[in-house]
Design a protein. Structure first.
Length: 95
């Protein structure tokens, strides 16, 4: 199949390299950021959330999630654990 292109028009055969989002869950934040950066991702927005399992300061999840194939340079946002949610203190009872 032949394609006719107007004179002076540039043709690019560049393709976007796909990379897999690494699993950085449970890693300390700085370790996770180093991994994402080294793998060619742009660091996105950090969010904090309570998590009963993931230790304080470790990554809970990423968006896009681990295992997805995305274009190199894709922004990856992430959630950092604030540890387990504290239990509310009981109100003092009247004496």
């Amino acid at each position: 199949m032949a394609i006719t292109v107007p004179s002076g028009m540039a043709i690019s055969s560049a393709t976007t390299e796909l990379v897999t989002v690494p699993d950085v869950k449970n890693q300390p934040e700085q370790t996770a950021l180093n991994t994402l950066s080294t793998d060619g991702f742009t660091i996105g927005i950090r969010t904090d959330a309570f998590d009963p399992i993931v230790p304080l300061g470790a990554v809970v999840s990423t968006d896009p999630r681990a295992g997805l194939e995305v274009a190199s340079g894709t922004e990856v946002s992430y959630v950092v654990s604030k540890g387990p949610e504290p239990s509310p203190s009981p109100s003092p009872s009247p004496s």
